[in-house]
Design a protein around this ligand. Structure first.
Ligand SMILES: [Zn+2]
Length: 72
């Protein structure tokens, strides 16, 4: 039983390497442009500063660079 699993693993690695280390069907990696999160820049509604969406503060669908720019 284990021998079959090991053999299957060896074949899988061999096929993987034969394809240049990439399996398109299993390659879920996307470019930054396709990813809406992370390094996407958004403009602060108040002062116009661009900040990454991770750093931005979002209120009612609008983005702000800091607490000071969020209207009370
Ligand atoms: Zn701002």
């Amino acid at each position: 039983m284990w021998l079959k699993l090991i053999l299957f693993g060896v074949i899988a690695v061999a096929v993987y390497r034969a394809l240049g280390g990439k399996v398109p069907m299993l390659d879920g990696e996307k470019t930054v442009e396709d990813d809406p999160s992370g390094d996407t820049l958004v403009e602060c509604e108040t002062c116009g500063t661009y900040v990454t969406i991770d750093e931005a503060i979002t209120r009612k669908g609008k983005h702000y660079c800091s607490k000071e720019c969020v209207p009370n």
